[in-house]
Design a protein around this ligand. Structure first.
Ligand SMILES: *[C@@H]1O[C@H](CO)[C@@H](O)[C@H](O)[C@H]1NC(C)=O
Ligand SMILES: *[C@@H]1O[C@H](CO)[C@@H](O)[C@H](O)[C@H]1NC(C)=O
Ligand SMILES: *[C@@H]1O[C@H](CO)[C@@H](O)[C@H](O)[C@H]1NC(C)=O
Ligand SMILES: *[C@@H]1O[C@H](CO)[C@@H](O)[C@H](O)[C@H]1NC(C)=O
Ligand SMILES: *[C@@H]1O[C@H](CO)[C@@H](O)[C@H](O)[C@H]1NC(C)=O
Ligand SMILES: *[C@@H]1O[C@H](CO)[C@@H](O)[C@H](O)[C@H]1NC(C)=O
Ligand SMILES: *[C@@H]1O[C@H](CO)[C@@H](O)[C@H](O)[C@H]1NC(C)=O
Ligand SMILES: *[C@@H]1O[C@H](CO)[C@@H](O)[C@H](O)[C@H]1NC(C)=O
Ligand SMILES: CC(=O)N[C@H]1CO[C@H](CO)[C@@H](O)[C@@H]1O
Length: 637
């Protein structure tokens, strides 16, 4: 492993820090005594479609309102985001048609009525995408749709065009059937620059279309996806998640699982199967969810990013504070068992066979199930948790059940605790688990974020928040013999659509970027110890510096993670007790002004910098800049 480590150093274009500052605080990393084992699952993500992060974000579909499931706020379907096209003397119109459905689930279609097409003209429609459609050099786009016509037999032209009308790529469907069929083409734009102000167009220039109607549904356009999954993820957004090497993924919510009402809850079995069989749903954040990213896609995402799925199951409570009465719970509990069978059952089971049908013969390795979401808001969790707990444990005794409220009559193996607080309060909470009982129970900090303006949702994602997050997470890591899972929340926002601030990651149609807190997560998560080491401090204590040390036996690395919540640099004399370490260490440090941030126009304003430093006989001094978080990596010889 040492060779790899040395290579890593050689490839770093960093500068070596000159250490001459005098240190008052001395830290001795106790690599001379065994530490506590750290849960390997510690850092991961919690995910739900909030702030327009799912449709038009992580889920790579580029056509907005592709299947006329409902309007943007859950009302009657409409033709939003489509425009009629008539040029060169053509005359046509588009209509929402509820009398010619695609099937029982998708009951509305787009009807193109063509009255006239003159030579050289064209008739059709365009879709504007989710705030545009990104076209990049060297990418191939898969377009597909269902269509039929009463008279017209083709051809149809499929194209990507700039908003000003420049055609970037075209393909042809030569014949159209009189019954609904699915058509697919690939589009290969020959562009040299990335652009987003583009539209997707279906049109015809054939005069034989005059007098006919053509119906369309499930109009879809996919770019290349993460790991080339069909119906998959936008690659750059999935990659920024992968870059933190996350261990677990909590989905599908959060509030978005609960429903504003019991009836409008997230229903797993309406999110599986071919996308043309998914009705979609009004999400709990007030806009419609296509459910194109459904249960199977979430699980496949976990496989592709090497994350353990942590499945939130609906548990009899909706956001309007309605609880299913105890006597009526059975069908809902059974629905969860059906869901678990879909995930883990083999081909001989009813629901397992549906997963096989959906293209995933192997059962998924599900270990963690969370019953409900933030049930500390309810008064009925005691009987609901017990019902789900008992039913799940009976069939799956090895599943770890996570509770979201402190009900009392059933033992809690793991409690999901949430923290949205201002900086000083977050920092005070860093020691919350130091004296927590060590018994058979573990802790999940399923949601946390420093809201510098206080709870909830109206604070900037700035450097000061990131350092408070860093310190809070150091406290979790210090106690990671107890804290099994930790996730910042929310994970994403589409730039300009934030319903809640701060969020970890921002994106728009063109790019994705991390907040300072994202880089803290990345440093902390990607550089993980398997054992937490003690640290002796002399000449000072916690504040403004906070730290945790650990070591990773597989790589013989020793880590010291430090955050400085203050406006002056701090120099520390550091010593590693125990086996000799290499004379060169590697540091990754994030720092900036307290209010520094990353924005669409300056997405890399605050990013970590990697450097090397010298170590002499296991000792060195290191200066942590003002408002900084950093990880120092040492290597046992
Ligand atoms: C590190 O700090 C200590 C304590 O202030 C000091 O004695 C020592 O000279 C410093 N070492 C270096 C290399 O600057
Ligand atoms: C959606 O439709 C409902 C009525 O069905 C209407 O009240 C609402 O304004 C519509 N939303 C949008 C975004 O058009
Ligand atoms: C696009 O189509 C190609 C060829 O059919 C296929 O290999 C690829 O997986 C598709 N990509 C997506 C994202 O569906
Ligand atoms: C989903 O499951 C529920 C409860 O088992 C059932 O009533 C419903 O018909 C199912 N829906 C679909 C689309 O299979
Ligand atoms: C462990 O301690 C916690 C916190 O006091 C308590 O809630 C939980 O019930 C205990 N677990 C067990 C298995 O005793
Ligand atoms: C980023 O910081 C600048 C300067 O403090 C501020 O004007 C801007 O509103 C901030 N942007 C975001 C997205 O927080
Ligand atoms: C190990 O955990 C115990 C609590 O069980 C704690 O008192 C001790 O400080 C921890 N050791 C280290 C090295 O963090
Ligand atoms: C760390 O502190 C403890 C308690 O004061 C002491 O017993 C131990 O020898 C110290 N270890 C080192 C390496 O400084
Ligand atoms: C989709 C949606 O609800 N977007 C909202 C996100 O939050 C901003 C700011 O609160 C609103 O302006 C958007 O309407």
């Amino acid at each position: 492993m040492y060779g790899i480590f040395a290579l890593g150093i050689a490839s770093i274009a960093g500068i070596t820090l000159v250490q001459q500052a005098q240190a008052e605080l001395s830290l001795t990393i106790r690599n001379d005594v065994a530490g506590n084992a750290s849960f390997s699952t510690l850092y991961g993500y919690m995910y739900e479609d909030i702030n327009r992060s799912g449709d038009g974000g992580l889920y790579a579909e580029m056509i907005r309102n592709r299947a006329f499931q409902m309007n943007d706020t859950g009302g009657a379907p409409d033709l939003s985001y489509y425009s009629s096209i008539n040029s060169g003397g053509a005359s046509s119109s588009i209509h929402l048609d509820s009398t010619v459905p695609l099937n029982n689930v998708l009951t509305h279609t787009l009807r193109l009525d063509v009255s006239k097409i003159a030579s050289g003209g064209r008739a059709g429609f365009s879709n504007e995408g989710f705030w545009g459609i990104r076209v990049q050099p060297k990418e191939t786009y898969n377009a597909s749709f269902w269509a039929k016509s009463n008279k017209f037999t083709g051809p149809l032209t499929i194209s990507l065009e700039s908003s000003s009308g420049k055609v970037l790529a075209t393909a042809t469907i030569s014949s159209i059937s009189s019954t609904f069929k699915q058509y697919s083409v690939t589009l290969k734009p020959s562009v040299t620059q990335v652009s987003t102000e583009n539209v997707f167009v279906i049109s015809t220039s054939s005069s034989s279309a005059a007098g006919s109607s053509i119906w369309f549904d499930v109009i879809s356009l996919f770019p290349p996806t993460y790991k080339s999954r069909k119906n998959g993820l936008r690659a750059d957004i999935a990659q920024i998640l992968a870059d933190t090497k996350p261990s677990f993924f909590r989905f599908p919510g959060g509030n978005n699982i609960e429903g504003q009402t019991i009836e409008s809850r997230w229903k797993w079995n309406e999110t599986i199967g071919p996308i043309e069989t998914r009705p979609g749903r009004l999400g709990d954040w007030g806009y419609m969810n296509t459910d194109g990213q459904g249960l199977l896609e979430y699980l496949e995402m976990c496989e592709d990013l090497n994350m353990a799925p942590l499945l939130g199951v609906w548990a009899g409570y909706s956001l309007n504070k309605q609880s299913v009465p105890q006597a009526d719970l059975d069908p809902y509990v059974q629905d969860t068992l059906n869901e678990l069978e879909y995930i883990m059952g083999d081909a001989s089971t009813t629901y397992g066979s549906m997963r096989v049908r959906d293209g995933h013969p192997e059962p998924f390795d599900l270990k963690y199930v969370e019953v409900g979401n933030e049930d500390f808001f309810s008064t009925t969790y005691d009987y609901r948790y017990k019902a789900w707990y008992d039913a799940i444990k009976k069939v799956y005794p090895n599943l770890q059940i996570i509770a979201t409220g402190l009900e009392t009559s059933t033992p809690i193996k793991t409690l999901d605790d949430h923290y949205y607080m201002n900086g000083p309060d977050m920092i005070a909470a860093w020691s919350k688990y130091d004296n927590y009982p060590r018994n058979d129970s573990t802790v999940m900090v399923g949601e946390y974020a420093t809201n510098v303006n206080g709870c909830c949702g109206t604070s900037p994602a700035d450097m000061q928040a990131a350092i408070a997050d860093a310190i809070f997470a150091l406290g979790l890591e210090r106690n990671s013999d107890l804290v099994q899972f930790a996730a910042y929340a929310p994970t994403f926002t589409r730039d300009g659509q934030a319903q809640w601030n701060p969020d970890l990651i921002s994106f728009n149609t063109a790019i994705v970027w991390g907040t300072p807190s994202y880089y803290v997560q990345q440093m902390w998560s990607a550089n993980r110890a398997d054992t937490i080491l003690g640290v002796n401090a002399t000449g000072g204590g916690y504040g403004p510096l906070y730290w945790v040390a650990g070591q990773k036996s597989s790589t013989k690395q020793v880590f010291l993670k430090v955050a400085n919540y203050g406006s002056s640099p701090q120099t520390v004399a550091i010593k590693v007790a125990g086996p000799r370490v290499h004379s060169q260490g590697v540091s990754i440090v994030l720092n900036g002004a307290a209010t520094a941030n990353n924005t669409v126009s300056s997405p890399n304003n605050v990013v970590p910098k990697t450097s090397t430093f010298s170590v002499s006989s296991n000792t060195f001094n290191f200066t942590f800049p003002a408002w900084s978080a950093g990880v120092l990596m040492l290597h046992n010889l």
